[in-house]
Design a protein around this ligand. Structure first.
Ligand code: PLP
Length: 441
């Protein structure tokens, strides 16, 4: 097809064509509602995407948070390109494995050894299996609203079928159609930040608990940070009962601080799961811990595998990305400032439009949700979900996209800022969002 005939396509036409051969038009049920107004991308650079109509759009979603330095980062791409030419998949050990593992161990406080995998789901699943083998127990404790991928027991309906709406308890329970029903018998779910509920569960069932898994900052539902002392409480309860504490740092790793949430909040888990920023947009994940926690994998008494796990291109991406992070120590202060600028700006524009808004932020993770009614600053997930104006937010998203800014239409999804979202770019974003908000009444 010639470029000129490609250019005449519309987003809607291109999406229809995709839908004839891709079920639902995207290869993920999580992304199926992400474009109420069609947007078919042709290329991406820094913090911008260009669609098939050649519209330039500033992206606040950034591949769901993988691109700390923006799209098509030349340093990482150059290294990975070189690796493709050198052979990117042999299934044999490579010197890069030592380099990547050492970088992770240097940067993440709770890690001495890792295993690589391809996705967050795979790494969480493997970490939980390791926890079950290590403890000889089966119960896994999760928290409402936290997302750990789509494997049995940790998938929750709210993410799998439609989005968490109006705080319905049905939507936050684990489980989804087609899952093995018995799998859920091995999962308990607690409300986030509820000290008493955590204490009670451990008092009642502590001896059965293999692992507690959590997003140490609840990012997947409105960016709700851990309440003071909550991570330390989970550390104490798991240590006392012989369960493993598993931090799913798929988003927070190398994002909320160089060493992730465990560095930012000073609590070390037994196992950590990493992905997203880890590979700068290449499909790679890792899970790891201290050598003692990884010993059953080393002895091959706990199973984890994968043809593509640890392929040389992905590991080269890790080396390039983490090398860049290590060479750029000021990046987290910079991201903190950009996040604060976005937060202030969005609060000001909502006030100017007379709209209620809840802004949750940890560093460069900024959650913005229009509200129907006020909520307390420390509101929990259910109160927040009950107060969110889901329809109004969606109207705002559609209007914003027409103004050249993309954010996820689900108000529970955050903006993932990168170093490419400079103050100048954010000011443009805020102006466009203000116009969109005024127009979306
Ligand atoms: C915190 C967290 N854990 C796990 C996952 C699952 O990762 P993947 O979609 O790569 O399987 C995600 C995905 O967004 C996530 O945000």
């Amino acid at each position: 097809m010639s470029t000129s005939s490609v250019n005449r396509q519309s987003n809607a036409g291109a999406l229809d064509k995709i839908r004839t051969v891709i079920a639902g038009g995207v290869s993920s049920g999580m992304r199926i509602d992400a474009i109420p107004q069609p947007l078919v991308v042709r290329r991406a650079k820094d913090c911008r995407v260009w669609d098939v109509e050649d519209n330039e759009i500033i992206d606040l979603n950034m591949g769901y948070g993988s691109h700390l330095f923006g799209y098509a980062d030349t340093e990482v791409l150059a290294e990975v390109g070189e690796q493709f030419a050198l052979g990117h998949l042999t299934g044999l050990p490579h010197e890069l494995d030592a380099e990547a593992g050492a970088l992770i161990a240097e940067l993440v406080p709770g890690i001495e050894q890792v295993r690589f995998a391809n996705s967050g789901t795979e790494a969480v699943t493997s970490a939980l299996r390791l926890a079950r083998v290590s403890t000889g127990r089966s119960l896994v404790v999760t928290f409402e609203g936290h997302y750990h991928g789509w494997s049995e027991t940790v998938l929750r309906a709210g993410k799998a079928v439609g989005h968490l709406r109006e705080g319905s308890p049905e939507q936050v329970r684990p489980g989804a159609p087609g899952m093995i029903p018995e799998a859920l018998a091995h999962t308990a779910q607690l409300p986030w930040n509820d000290h008493r509920a955590a204490r009670e569960l451990f008092a009642r069932a502590g001896q059965d608990i293999a692992a507690v898994v959590l997003e140490p900052v609840l990012v997947n539902a409105n960016v709700i940070p851990p309440a003071p002392g909550f991570l330390a409480l989970l550390r104490e309860l798991t240590r006392d009962s012989g369960a493993l504490l598993v931090f799913d740092e798929v988003i927070t790793g190398f994002r909320v601080a160089r060493g992730g949430a465990q560095e930012r909040y000073g609590v070390e888990p037994d196992l950590t799961v990493l992905s997203k920023v880890l590979g700068g947009g290449f499909p790679v994940s890792a899970f790891g811990g201290r050598r003692a926690a990884m010993r059953l994998l080393a002895a091959n008494q706990a199973h984890h595998a994968g043809v593509f796990a640890g392929n040389h291109a992905a590991i080269r991406a890790v080396v390039a990305q983490l090398g860049k992070i290590r060479r750029t120590p000021g990046v987290y202060a910079e991201l903190e400032q950009l996040g604060a600028h976005a937060e202030e700006g969005v609060r000001a524009l909502a006030a100017a439009e007379g709209r209620l808004v809840r802004v949750g932020r940890v560093g460069s993770l900024v959650s913005v949700a229009l509200l129907r009614e006020p909520v307390a600053a420390e509101a929990g997930l259910r109160e927040l979900a009950a107060a969110i104006d889901f329809d109004g937010h969606r109207r705002w998203q559609i209007a914003a996209q027409k103004e050249g800014v993309y954010f996820h239409p689900n108000p529970m999804e955050p903006w993932f800022l990168s170093t490419a979202h400079t103050k100048d770019v954010l000011d443009k974003v805020l102006t466009a969002l203000g116009r969109a908000l005024a127009g979306a009444r």
